[in-house]
Design a protein around this ligand. Structure first.
Ligand SMILES: NC(=O)c1ccc[n+]([C@@H]2O[C@H](COP(=O)([O-])OP(=O)(O)OC[C@H]3O[C@@H](n4cnc5c(N)ncnc54)[C@H](OP(=O)(O)O)[C@@H]3O)[C@@H](O)[C@H]2O)c1
Length: 266
């Protein structure tokens, strides 16, 4: 018999989870019901995804074995307090800055809890999701949720104390990378390449380099050395990046977003 999943908040991330599950081999094991705030959004989700979607959180939550909470962080408390979960249910949050302790308290202190931090490339199955266990969560429940997010990209289990850092790094990270691709593409235009081709060259270079790091499992500095011929062109480019303090700027970006996540949690 299929398990019932409620996805509370069918926005970008809620939809990514629903799509990923439906298109995966796990699809037949789950029946998904989504919820939104407005009837308009619920209608759109129903016609686009062909799944049940309503504005009725109470009914979706009370009927589910597994409840994903995917609304904006400031909306979580009110929704959970109005809809306590029971001891047979599993609550999975994807919300930035909300701790497993808060999730447990707000949902009535009976359900098992898991906290995750995915990112938007989950929409195309190239995301990365950090996961941690909360109160009452069993290893079996953790492995179920790892499998679900495994359908949307890579998964890694981390201590909860590191989650603000994860938010600052991989949660917000796609935005930093888009900025870098945009800048590289701009450079291509500056040297005479068409915008379309410059964006292709920049984005595919970014993806190829990322794949080299993941698949070769080598330190990025060793891979950088492979590209850097003595007295060649790359070293001049690298010098310009060092002058522009690219590395420290990226580190500061992650720290700023991490601190913001910490403040949101308070
Ligand atoms: N975006 C990211 O890159 C990212 C990455 C990792 C984690 N997250 C986390 O994911 C969560 C959702 O982010 P998002 O970017 O997917 O947000 P989003 O696109 O703005 O979607 C929010 C969804 O929540 C629904 N909603 C609002 N109030 C509700 C209520 N009372 N009951 C049921 N549904 C309600 C909205 O419905 P309407 O359309 O009707 O308003 C909408 O479907 C956030 O907590 C964020 O921290 C986001």
């Amino acid at each position: 018999m299929s398990k019932k999943i409620a996805i509370i908040g069918m926005g970008k991330m809620g939809e990514a989870i629903a799509q990923g599950l439906m298109q995966s081999s796990l699809g037949s094991q789950y029946k998904i019901t989504g919820t939104t705030k407005s009837d308009h959004s619920a209608n759109e989700v129903r016609s686009r995804l062909k799944i049940e979607c309503t504005t009725n959180n109470a009914s979706a939550i009370s009927n589910a074995d597994l409840v994903f909470i995917a609304v904006k962080p400031h909306q979580v408390q009110e929704i959970l307090k109005a809809n306590p979960l029971n001891k047979n249910q599993l609550l999975v949050s994807i919300c930035a800055a909300i701790t497993t302790e808060q999730l447990s308290d707000w949902s009535g202190g009976k359900a098992a809890v898991i906290r995750t931090m995915p990112n938007t490339p989950c929409l195309i199955k190239s995301g990365v999701t950090a996961i941690c266990k909360g109160p009452r969560c069993t290893n079996e429940q953790l492995s179920t949720v790892e499998k679900i997010f495994g359908e949307l990209g890579k998964v890694t289990t981390l201590e909860e104390s590191l989650f603000d850092g994860v938010t600052g790094l991989s949660g917000c990270g796609p935005a930093y990378v888009y900025l870098m691709i945009e800048a590289l593409s701009e450079a291509g235009v500056k040297v005479g390449i068409s915008r379309k081709q410059a964006t292709l060259l920049a984005a595919q270079t970014m993806m190829g380099a990322a794949k080299m790091v993941l698949e070769r499992n080598e330190h990025p500095a060793a891979l950088k050395d492979e590209v850097t011929t003595p007295a060649g062109c790359t070293v001049d480019g690298l010098m310009a990046l060092e002058e522009g303090r690219l590395r420290v700027t990226l580190i500061k970006a992650v720290l700023a977003a991490t601190n913001r996540s910490k403040k949101m949690g308070k």
